[in-house]
Write a protein that binds this ligand. Structure first.
Ligand code: AHG
Ligand code: MN
Ligand code: MN
Length: 335
């Protein structure tokens, strides 16, 4: 990596004027996430070596197996965020309820809430396949000075002030937006520094990749089945390529760079799909739109959905705008 390349720390400072609230606040927030990301990265990298690997034999509140690294990552992000006098509350995939942070001398004056999927794609840990972290940040809407409330977390995605993901892949990347485009930083593991490697990330105009768990085909809505057939049809630019890692962060990341769509639709078994609106779909939707892509539930813009519950699920169509619009056309046509 060129030594003249901007680091994430430098980039944050150079761009903090774009943040519509107090400039130091964003730096503090992103810095604490950056720090936690490096710690989790270190642990993910040696997952095959140490006893941290594998199931702990408990299930989380969504009834899924929790892997040790999920809990580890949850703890790391929590403590990084709690200790920085900036966050008043955290909601996590791994916690049933949101966590209230009292702040300096119990004044409840911190202004931001963070929603997080500490380890995304955790079923891939055991098999050395990329996993990630997803985060979403809002300003609280209830007055500060009092403990944070549920409504501070249940905001529409369009109110996000920042969102991002970390991908622990063949290299580790930190990708985020504050509403001024999307920038990607790659970790130089020898130095422990993230460098700006992917400035102003955009979906290519034309996409040719579909990411979907086709094992659920028979349970999908007719519109999704028809869209899959459309993608498979022998035409000028089709069939498209099907690629599915089973880790939203990794599938999304590839699709943003190469051009594609990620679908986790509803099914007869899961009427609201699988992904969680607040800490999976909304942050990815914000990043997608900032990169020129789109995110809907098949009919409506994800970021305009009014959240009702912390762990609410939503059907998710996300990627190249042209592809999302095509998929929506099939959804409407076979409603
Ligand atoms: P998590 O590991 O945080 O529970 O998320 C897993 C999610 C998402 O990352 C992935 O795309 C999807 O679940 C895979 O689900 P299927 O195995 O049902 O395809
Ligand atoms: Mn996840
Ligand atoms: Mn997770």
């Amino acid at each position: 990596m060129d030594k003249n390349q901007l680091t994430l720390g430098e980039f944050i400072i150079e761009n903090q004027k774009d943040f519509k609230y107090s400039s130091g606040e964003l730096s503090k927030l992103i810095n604490s996430i950056r720090l936690a990301a490096k710690i989790v990265n270190h642990q993910v990298n040696k997952a095959g070596l140490v006893d941290i690997l594998g199931d702990i034999g408990e299930t989380n509140i969504q009834g899924e197996d929790q892997q040790k690294l999920d809990l580890y990552a949850n703890d790391v992000f929590k403590s990084a965020l709690i200790n920085r006098e900036i966050v008043c509350g955290i909601a996590s995939e791994e916690e049933e309820d949101f966590i209230t942070i009292e702040g300096r001398q119990n004044t409840h004056e911190n202004k931001y809430v963070v929603l997080i999927d500490p380890l995304d794609g955790s079923s891939n840990i055991d098999v050395n396949v990329s996993v990630g972290t997803i985060f979403s940040i809002y300003r609280r809407i209830t007055p500060s000075g009092k403990p944070v409330q549920k409504e501070d977390f249940l905001q529409q995605g369009k109110e996000q002030v920042a969102a991002g993901y970390i991908i622990y892949g063949t290299s580790t990347m930190f990708v985020y937006t504050t509403g001024h485009g999307v920038n990607g930083f790659t970790l130089n593991p020898a130095l422990g520094t993230f460098y700006l490697s992917h400035p102003a990330m955009r979906f290519p105009k034309k996409g040719t990749i579909l990411s979907i768990n086709e094992g659920n085909y028979t349970r999908f809505p007719q519109g999704v089945k028809e869209y899959i057939k459309f993608c498979q049809a022998e035409e000028e630019d089709r069939p498209y390529t099907f690629r599915y890692i089973g880790s939203l962060v990794s599938d999304f990341h590839r699709n943003m760079i190469k051009g594609g769509i990620y679908l986790y639709p509803s099914s007869s078994k899961a009427p609201h799909g699988k992904l969680r609106l607040l800490y999976e779909s909304n942050p990815m939707a914000f990043i997608a739109e900032q990169a020129g892509g789109s995110a809907t539930d098949g009919y409506n813009r994800i970021m305009e959905i009014e959240p009702k519950k912390l762990h609410e699920r939503v059907s998710f169509f996300c990627g190249n705008t042209e592809m999302v619009e095509k998929a929506e056309e099939f959804m409407r046509g076979f409603q």
